[in-house]
Design a protein around this ligand. Structure first.
Ligand code: ATP
Ligand code: MG
Length: 512
């Protein structure tokens, strides 16, 4: 971190890099921002916090020209700033790494990083230059092991996020907005990102940092602005506040301290046993047992093979070897495709909601009930009233911010989309539920609701696999934590017998 003494934050409004005055924005059915004012200073990390749907992404999109305000003004270094497009904002040095990934799946990592500034000569892209430049940026974000020519769709979500960040770093900027950059990063990748942020800060860049992870904010932000329902609640110096106070301002009430973990249940009946599972490079012989009523966490570094293991179990990828025994049976069950898994009452909530979890152009109602259509219909006719009722009930439990169940999912805030994915699978009657990063982008209050729901599901005898890159979350919620390293399941820890250091040591153990 740069020395604060040599890198003072200019505290008078005159020297703001970007001044935001009375910005308002309305979408059909919702006032996303109401007269929000804010000043961003050179060399400060300014955190933007608030519940799902509070207006954080909307404000960011206005700053970088993707969305236009209905009212209000902005000044960039004293000059009126009214970007008509993303390109115009970038010309002024205002850039954003978006919450929803923005990469082009079929282009390579290098092409995605330099998409707007591909080094060309006579119209031909100079790949040697491109790859050399990309390699340098990729090294800075810990992607040195990846070939810059790899198409991005081959990378995991966390790695894709790092590519986005590398793309943001590739350009000169005065204001860099990071919208939930660490949502799918593990601790070590987050460290790399923080090093980059420290460098930019020292160079006088003003950084807007959006996150639901309060510890991170306390660590790297100089100031915090709290938004609630589109209104500016307060801006505070991080040094003069604490997490409880910020949460209090965010939700406008005190959150009950919930006892997260119920006493470890007696786990007797087996729900699923996996033996010698192999699938490509990422799954190199995985064995484990999952009991009814158990929450089994999966920890590991980005790319350690957790998602790939689950995909192989679920039949999304074809396993080369291994056996899966279900519901206490001694005969292995063949799962060749996802429909087989679903038939055997296995659910899989995927980590990339945009690609796999949601139908963005359909309504909340349809997305929630799509896995359950048979139960809600008679002879092929869907009971819309019933569908609506079920959707509303779940939406209420998860505190979904919406105005009608017919609303399109693409118009929801990031965290609220994730809640719809969850609702979809919670509705389904499954015995084995695999959740891959279920709380990614979900605000503090709603996270607790999800943990409570998971507990309730185990009380009904369901077995849960919970992948998370947030180790604290795993330690709060799980009965056991399995650790994967370089495609192998290296260790399983029991509640009471784990600590962060031992889990991290296991996560690194199979890498040379
Ligand atoms: N294009 C749009 N059309 C209609 N409504 C929208 C659109 N974009 C955002 N909204 C609504 O505006 C409100 C603010 O959304 P925004 O995405 O800014 O929230 P957020 O604070 O970023 O939340 P999250 O933490 O979930 O990312 C939400 O109610 C959302 O549904
Ligand atoms: Mg958002």
């Amino acid at each position: 971190m740069p020395d604060p003494a040599t890198n003072p934050i200019t505290a008078d409004g005159q020297n703001a890099v970007l001044g935001i005055q009375q910005i308002s924005k309305r979408f059909p059915g919702v006032q996303a921002l109401s007269a929000v004012s804010l000043a961003l200073y050179a060399g400060e990390v300014h955190a933007l916090v608030g519940e799902n749907g509070a207006g954080k992404s909307t404000l960011s999109r206005i700053l970088c020209g993707i969305e236009h305000a209905d009212a209000g003004t902005m000044h960039l270094r004293g000059e009126v700033f009214q970007p008509g497009s993303k390109r115009e904002a970038e010309a002024g040095g205002v850039r954003m790494v978006m919450q929803e990934m923005n990469l082009i799946a079929n282009l390579s990592v290098a092409e995605n990083i330099f998409i707007t500034q591909l080094p060309a000569r006579f119209g031909f892209i100079r790949y040697s230059v491109l790859h050399a430049q990309a390699r340098e940026l990729m090294r800075q974000v810990g992607l040195e092991r990846i070939n810059p020519a790899t198409p991005v769709h081959k990378l995991g979500v966390g790695q894709q996020q790092m590519v986005e960040i590398a793309a943001g770093l590739s350009q000169q900027c005065r204001v860099l907005i990071l919208d939930e950059p660490t949502a799918s990063l593990t601790d070590s990748e987050t460290r790399l990102l923080f090093q980059q942020i420290a460098k930019l800060k020292a160079a006088g860049v003003s950084i807007v940092y959006i996150s639901h992870r309060m510890e991170e904010i306390m660590e790297i932000a100089d100031r915090v602005t709290v938004l609630r329902d589109g209104c500016h609640v307060r801006t505070l110096d991080t040094a003069e506040t604490d997490i409880d106070m910020i949460i209090n301002l965010m939700v406008g009430r005190q959150l009950d301290a919930i006892e997260l973990h119920r006493p470890t249940p007696r786990l007797t009946e087996t729900a699923m046993r996996v033996e010698g599972l192999r699938c490509g490079e990422k799954v190199q012989g995985v064995d484990f047992e999952l009991k009814k009523g158990q929450i089994l966490g999966f920890a590991g570094l980005m790319g350690s093979g957790r998602t790939e293991t689950m995909r192989a179990i679920f039949g999304a990828d074809k396993a080369e070897a291994g056996a899966i025994y279900l519901h206490g049976s001694d005969t292995p069950t063949r799962i060749r495709r996802c429909t087989d898994a679903v038939r055997h009452r296995i659910a899989f909530l995927t980590e990339n909601r945009k690609e796999q979890g949601l139908f963005l152009s359909l309504s909340i109602r349809v997305n929630t009930t799509i896995t359950q259509l048979r139960a809600l219909s008679t002879a092929g006719f869907i009971h819309q009233g019933e569908e609506d009722r079920v959707t509303r009930e779940l939406a209420g439990r998860l505190n979904l911010k919406y105005y009608a169940t017919r609303q399109l999912v693409s118009k929801l805030s990031g965290g609220n989309q994730q809640k719809v994915v969850l609702a979809k699978w919670l509705l389904r009657n499954c015995d084995i539920l695999i959740f891959d990063e279920p709380t990614r982008g979900i605000d503090v209050g709603a996270k607790f609701e999800i943990y409570k729901l998971l507990n309730q599901l185990t009380e009904q005898g369901k077995a849960i696999i919970f992948i998370s890159s947030d180790l604290k979350e795993l330690m709060a919620v799980c009965d056991h934590i399995a650790v994967m390293s370089a495609g192998k399941l290296v260790n399983t820890f029991e509640r009471g017998d784990w600590d962060q250091e031992r889990i991290m040591a296991a996560a690194f153990s199979a890498y040379k």
